[in-house]
Design a protein around this ligand. Structure first.
Ligand SMILES: Cc1cc2nc3c(=O)[nH]c(=O)nc-3n(C[C@H](O)[C@H](O)[C@H](O)COP(=O)(O)OP(=O)(O)OC[C@H]3O[C@@H](n4cnc5c(N)ncnc54)[C@H](O)[C@@H]3O)c2cc1C
Length: 113
């Protein structure tokens, strides 16, 4: 899509879910983001070694999509932070609950129509 077509698409989406009124849009900017998606190939097979290493830093909490390099959706990303805050407040040293978000089962998005 062209920048203009893409902006119109986004504006219509936001209007259709009542976040904005179309006529309030004054300007737009399209930013193409490199590496927006976590890649599960190459050295990803060694992610457990990385997790084990970063877990050694007691005050380092890896949360969110990029923080965990995991295909988390928004809800999962937020839950990783909820879990991190819980651990800090309760003095829990293990990071397992944070890393275990979104690993329980395959996560599928379905469209109903
Ligand atoms: C194309 C696309 C479509 C998606 N569609 C959906 C969807 O339909 N539903 C859904 O639930 N999820 C969707 N997601 C996933 C969702 O966007 C992410 O799961 C969520 O935004 C991750 O939240 P986050 O807080 O981990 O990271 P982000 O939302 O990426 O926030 C990280 C923030 O940190 C900032 N930052 C980065 N580096 C630095 C730095 N050095 N200093 C200061 N700030 C920094 C960034 O600018 C950014 O604002 C989609 C993702 C993509 C890329």
């Amino acid at each position: 899509m062209s920048d203009k077509d893409f902006a119109e698409f986004a504006i219509n989406e936001l209007a259709s879910i009542n976040i904005i009124d179309k006529e309030d849009v004054l300007d737009f900017h399209r930013e193409k983001v490199k590496k927006a998606y976590p890649a599960y190939f190459d050295t990803y097979k060694d992610i457990d070694k990385l997790v084990e290493y970063v877990n050694k830093f007691s005050n380092l909490y890896c949360v969110g999509r990029n923080g965990q390099h995991r295909y988390n959706n928004m809800d999962h990303s937020m839950v990783t932070s909820f879990e991190a805050v819980k651990n800090i407040k309760q003095g829990i040293l293990s990071k397992d609950n944070i890393w275990n978000v979104n690993t329980e089962k395959e996560y599928h998005e379905t469209k109903s129509n």
